[in-house]
Design a protein around this ligand. Sequence first.
Ligand SMILES: NC(=O)c1ccc[n+]([C@@H]2O[C@H](COP(=O)([O-])OP(=O)(O)OC[C@H]3O[C@@H](n4cnc5c(N)ncnc54)[C@H](OP(=O)(O)O)[C@@H]3O)[C@@H](O)[C@H]2O)c1
Length: 256
Amino acid sequence: MDIAIITGASSGLGTEFARQIDRNERLDAIWGIARREDRLEEIGRELKHPFRAMRCDLTKKESFMQIDELLKKENPNVKILVNAAGFGKIGAWSDISLQDCEDMIDLNCKAAVKMTQLVLPYMEKGGRILEIVSTAGFQSFPYLNVYASTKAFLYRYSRALRVELFGRGIHVTAVCPYWVKDTEFIGVSKQTNNSRYICHFPLASRKKNVVAGALFAAKVGLPVATPGIVCTLHRIAAKFIPNEIMMGLWALLRRI
Ligand SMILES: NC(=O)c1ccc[n+]([C@@H]2O[C@H](COP(=O)([O-])OP(=O)(O)OC[C@H]3O[C@@H](n4cnc5c(N)ncnc54)[C@H](OP(=O)(O)O)[C@@H]3O)[C@@H](O)[C@H]2O)c1
């Protein structure tokens, strides 16, 4: 049984991945993972592939036991894994609760690694893993500190894993979009004691383009996908400009 597994499938980029994979791939099923089961089921009804809605909170240990058991029972060939579940919070260190800090690390880092580790034994040559990182992973970001740090972790993890998997013919792509305006991410990121450090999100991209670019990059085996002009320029700039100067530029940009 050939399948795709998408975490964070209940909204935003995850839903769009489900839609585009549904349209462009030949699989036996798509599995979608998130906490909101009703939303997953709604999306499942839209797709032509059979869709398995899995209600899991990926910050909880039990969820991975549940996923592990299902993988053992079904023994699928996972053609595509998309780790899109993730969230960020805007604010100074004192504006963000300890729980949110912990959950960002648990979801953006630990859950992505655990999903990848659990799924890899079920992947064959030609398999694709898309870790949804962010352009935030390219440098340090005051007032988006913990989030950006989780993405820096995922970026490094993804790139090294790709090299480890060369021999098995499995591609790993770190997908690094700039702000995406038509998902729930920005709304969730503002739910802190003070999110006014970032007021506007100029030149934000759209999920359709981001996902199409990411799937293309994964198909041709690119290590990093920067779907859009801003994230591409950011990637280049962060390579050559010292982190302190990049943070200075960020201090200007976030006030625009
Ligand atoms: N939008 C942007 O500006 C942007 C830019 C760069 C990178 N990204 C990255 O793109 C990824 C997708 O974000 P998005 O823009 O699509 O945001 P979104 O619309 O808020 O989607 C986030 C997804 O994560 C799931 N999720 C959240 N907490 C979870 C948990 N504890 N367990 C399981 N699933 C959980 C949510 O589902 P439930 O609430 O149903 O659990 C939802 O499906 C994230 O990793 C984000 O960091 C986003």
